[in-house]
Design a protein around this ligand. Structure first.
Ligand code: NAD
Length: 308
């Protein structure tokens, strides 16, 4: 049994990860400033330390008693980061630097959650981890800088696994936030009888990975024993256009769901698709939940939330 530190453990991915680690018999301490996370959703067996990842001393002292660090805390959407770039830089790049330093000082492995946003617009093909990183957003640039700190520390003996999740979805994702992801927004619209609005021509595509699959990958990463760095995509290798996604959600949510053109341009990255080969080779990992199954589970959860 190990004791792990999970930064951002009150957020969507962090609380699923915390639950999985506890379920596996580990102890978990969560560091979260509750800026977007909800402590009520954290499993009660986890210990919550309220604080900010920009506090290097706090991170370092928490890491002293740990066997591993998962660093997830971030201003986690491109739009939210761009609304306040200075704060986002301090949290997303600075927080990563502090997590790297804390893990290195305590000689414990680090799993750093980066993002597929580091690739920028790589076109419609699947990107592997050695694809050149040309982020289009300050969020992606800050994530890339965080990776850089981990790579440097790994040269000096840190065991660092950098995970680049693509579009993660599933139960527990906040549909009410102005920065909600496309899946929770479409489901919320469908369940409330409002049209699903697809920006642009809807051909923009994403690699949607269900939360349980990503969590299996993250927990596998902490068990990687050797020093040095590894970068791994958290993806399915399957592209889905936003138009096809809207159609599928419409069909799963019932009759008479309308899909209408959105008022905005599609903007940002046109295509985002990961190559899952590295995760398969290093961890025997393959995403198992199909989009239809993952959407059904997410819709059931959002229906339950709406009726409360
Ligand atoms: N959700 C996705 O599709 C996705 C895709 C790629 C990468 N990621 C990355 O995964 C990680 C988790 O994302 P999420 O979707 O769970 O986001 P989230 O917003 O649900 O969770 C982030 C958590 O971090 C906490 N936090 C924010 N700033 C903090 C700070 N300064 N100090 C301490 N805690 C702080 C928040 O309160 C929240 O609990 C992030 O690093 C994000 O960039 C997410």
């Amino acid at each position: 049994m190990a004791h792990h530190l999970v930064t951002g453990g009150c957020g969507f991915i962090g609380r699923h990860l915390t639950a999985a680690l506890l379920e596996a018999g580990h102890e978990v301490t969560v560091l979260d400033d509750l800026s977007s996370g909800d402590p009520a959703t954290l499993p009660s067996a986890a210990r919550l330390e309220e604080g900010c990842v920009t506090d290097a001393n706090k991170l370092a002292s928490l890491a002293e008693d740990m066997d591993g660090v998962f660093h997830l805390a971030a201003i986690a959407s491109i739009a939210a980061a761009e609304a306040n770039p200075e704060r986002a830089h301090a949290v997303n790049a600075g927080g990563a630097a502090n997590a790297v330093a804390a893990a290195a000082r305590s000689h414990i492995p680090l799993v750093l959650i980066s993002s597929a946003a580091v690739y920028g617009d790589a076109g419609p093909g699947a990107v592997s981890e050695d694809y050149p990183c040309l982020p289009l957003s300050s969020y992606g640039a800050d994530k890339l800088q965080g990776e850089h700190y981990a790579l440097k520390a790994a040269d000096n003996g840190l065991s660092a696994t950098i995970v680049r999740p693509f579009n993660v979805y599933g139960p527990g994702q906040d549909a009410g936030s102005p920065y909600a992801g496309v899946i929770s927004r479409f489901i919320a619209a469908a369940l409330s009888g409002t049209p699903l609005r697809v920006d642009g021509d809807g051909s923009q595509s994403r690699d949607f990975i269900f939360i349980d699959d990503l969590i299996r990958l993250l927990t596998a990463c902490i068990s990687r024993p050797r020093p040095g760095a590894l970068i791994v995509n958290g993806c399915t290798g399957i592209a889905t256009s936003v138009k096809a996604l809207a159609t599928e959600i419409g069909q799963l949510c019932g009759d008479n769901i309308r899909i209408e053109p959105g008022t905005g341009r599609s903007g940002g990255v046109a295509h985002s698709l990961g190559d899952p080969g590295q995760a398969a080779e290093m961890f025997g990992f393959r995403a198992q939940i199909t989009l239809a199954d993952g959407l059904r589970r997410t819709i059931d959860w959002q229906r339950g939330t709406n009726s409360q």
